[in-house]
Design a protein around this ligand. Structure first.
Ligand SMILES: [Zn+2]
Length: 228
């Protein structure tokens, strides 16, 4: 499967890829939105990309389930005190699954009439925005054989949801050319859980052309999209 990145956009697009829907994959910005940054050994630092350390104390006032500790208002928390550590990316993700946009991404989004994202300026780091897609489309967990691990009897959330890629979308999950959407399922473990961000072809092209830093766009092949 070809990987489209913002650095080799011209080459890829000249090959005439006919894909219509793309999944975005992000670089970590070495930031926690909901916890203190833990003190890490060199070895642990290497593993952060795969299994981020979640031993830092949770910030005060964050809404969590009393029983399992899962975030219960994740997409509505005010993100007070969040300061982005790795600041070179235009789109990036915190270890706890919050997508972060630079001013440049927001201006590319506006200039190209893209749609579907909500931008919230970080209250204590105003050069950046938290972004979230407002519309969800259905992920086909059955066909993908996604696993739902350790449900909490109290809040109904799962500790882990494993099996996001390759992406299987349910029949009728249409995405506009210029639109960003999210999957209805959130993947990962604990605080990390977040939906996949998916966009249409014109949105992908605008991002590639702008040579934005921090993300890859991976085509979602038609043959793994469920047929009606
Ligand atoms: Zn719970």
């Amino acid at each position: 499967m070809p990987l489209v990145t913002s650095s080799n956009s011209t080459r890829i697009w000249n090959k005439g890829i006919a894909m219509s829907v793309f999944r975005a994959s992000f670089q970590h910005n070495d930031t926690y939105a909901f916890r203190e940054h833990p003190v890490l050994t060199e070895n642990q630092r290497v593993n952060q990309e795969l299994v981020p350390d979640m031993s830092g104390t949770s910030h005060e006032g964050i809404h969590r389930c009393d029983r399992c500790g899962d975030l219960t208002s994740k997409w509505d928390e005010p993100l007070l005190g969040v300061i982005i550590k790795k600041r070179k990316y235009d789109l990036s993700i915190t270890y706890d699954g919050i997508l972060i946009s630079s001013e440049l991404f927001r201006s590319v989004y506006t200039a190209n009439n893209l749609s579907g994202l909500e931008f919230r300026r970080l209250p204590d780091d105003t050069q950046f925005f938290a972004i979230h897609a407002t519309r969800a489309i259905e992920f086909d967990a059955e066909r993908r054989k996604t696993r739902f691990i350790k449900p909490c009897q109290h809040c109904g959330r799962y500790e882990s949801v494993v099996g996001a890629t390759p992406v299987f979308l349910k029949a009728g999950s249409e995405v506009d050319e210029r639109e960003f959407v999210r999957t209805d399922l959130e993947f990962g473990s604990g605080d990390e859980k977040h939906p996949l961000l998916i966009c249409g072809k014109a949105a992908a092209k605008a991002i590639c052309d702008a040579k934005l830093k921090g993300l890859d766009l991976i085509p979602i092949e038609e043959n793994v999209r469920s047929k009606a």
